[in-house]
Design a binder for this molecule. Structure first.
Ligand code: ADP
Ligand code: TRP
Length: 320
């Protein structure tokens, strides 16, 4: 079974990205053949500064490697290094009903807010379909927000196969467990767009500062509290071992503690949790050639696969 997913390099990755997506990608590399890519062509729909996009792309690669993505097990590459995908996108575009894309949420939401959308944002799901179909992917691990796009991909594959004969493998979404659940510093969903993130590789001092500023309620210290309803506890439980979580939960139920104490415990456990990855991140940052080589090898493997699928699709529809 082949697993494939992409992540956009729109900024530095945060805890929500890690627990909601990246951690699962890394776990899946153990079981299956895995392709993971940095979706810089998708990011181009929002990041319009070339230097920034290049930096984000490289940072994303280093973050994933530091967090344990193993280039021996998984194929890691940059989306734009596989031009076959953009060619395949055109073949799919010609059979894509406008109405299908008009219903897609990224475009619909932008339009609803009265903003003008470009053709790139409009056809974003078709590029995503090409990303998936180009590698004969069976499973696509994604957060809930991407399920609609996988449905579009399946529709396009079915319709192409119907018109031109069996060409594409039908992929399935594998919805990630914690997607959409990690709270940010204000208690809402952690997201770059809400300015409430804590980055995975944020400088330790600044990370601790942000943790100390996490919004809490004003109930008295003595009052017993339900840990399940508290976002500080939710964050703590992402990092801590089960026994430590149990102890913390008991403390909540007993009451008589201050949130400062919990925040300090969270800062300590988060710092330890990412300590090894942080050291690996520094290693990659000081060896840019190594990272470039890993991405070049990944692109080479990815192109071989995408080239074969593109040729199959070209022959099927008569452009070859
Ligand atoms: P952001 O909301 O910060 O722009 P993205 O939309 O780029 O993040 O998210 C990339 C991936 O990380 C997606 O698969 C998404 O489901 C996951 N993710 C993002 N934020 C969270 C969160 N707060 N909790 C769980 N998963 C999240
Ligand atoms: N659109 C996805 C996101 O924003 C990223 C992405 C691009 C992707 N191409 C993909 C994910 C192909 C899975 C498969 O999160």
């Amino acid at each position: 079974m082949r697993v494939l997913s992409g992540i956009q390099p729109t900024g530095r990755f945060h805890w929500g990205n890690y627990f909601g997506a990246i951690r699962q990608y890394i776990a899946l590399q153990q079981e299956d053949e895995a392709y993971y890519f940095i979706a810089n062509l998708h990011a181009l729909t929002t990041v319009r500064d070339p230097g920034q996009l290049r930096r984000n792309t490289l940072d994303a690669a280093m973050d994933l490697l530091a967090l344990g993505l193993d280039p021996q097990r998984a194929t890691l590459f940059v989306q734009s290094d596989v031009p076959e995908v953009s060619e395949l996108m055109w073949l799919l575009m010609t059979g894509t009903p406008m109405g299908l894309l008009e219903r897609c949420h990224a475009f619909k939401e932008k339009k609803a807010r009265g903003l003008s959308a470009d053709a790139g944002l409009f056809s974003y799901p078709v590029l995503m379909a090409a990303d998936i179909l180009a590698y004969d992917a069976n499973w696509v691990p994604v957060g809930e927000d991407q399920i609609q796009h996988i449905e579009v991909c399946r529709d396009l594959a079915v319709s192409f196969n119907h018109s031109f004969g069996e060409t594409f493998v039908l992929p399935q979404a594998k919805v990630l467990a914690a997607s959409g659940k990690v709270p940010g510093t204000d208690g809402e969903k952690m997201s770059k767009s809400y300015n409430n993130t804590i980055e995975i590789f944020e400088d330790v001092k600044s990370m601790r500062k942000k943790i100390m500023r996490i919004v809490t309620d004003s109930r008295a210290m003595e009052e017993p509290k339900d840990p399940a309803l508290d976002h500080l506890y939710q964050l703590y439980s992402l990092f801590a071992e089960p026994a430590a979580c149990e102890e913390m939960a008991a403390l909540y139920r007993r009451g008589g503690f201050g949130y400062g104490q919990i925040k300090k415990a969270l800062a300590d456990v988060a710092e330890t949790y990412f300590a090894e990855a942080r050291a690996r991140r520094e290693h990659f940052a000081s060896n840019p050639d190594l990272v470039a080589q890993i991405l070049a090898d990944g692109a080479c493997r990815a192109r071989a696969k995408a080239g074969a699928v593109l040729a199959r699709a070209q022959r099927a529809c008569g452009v070859k």
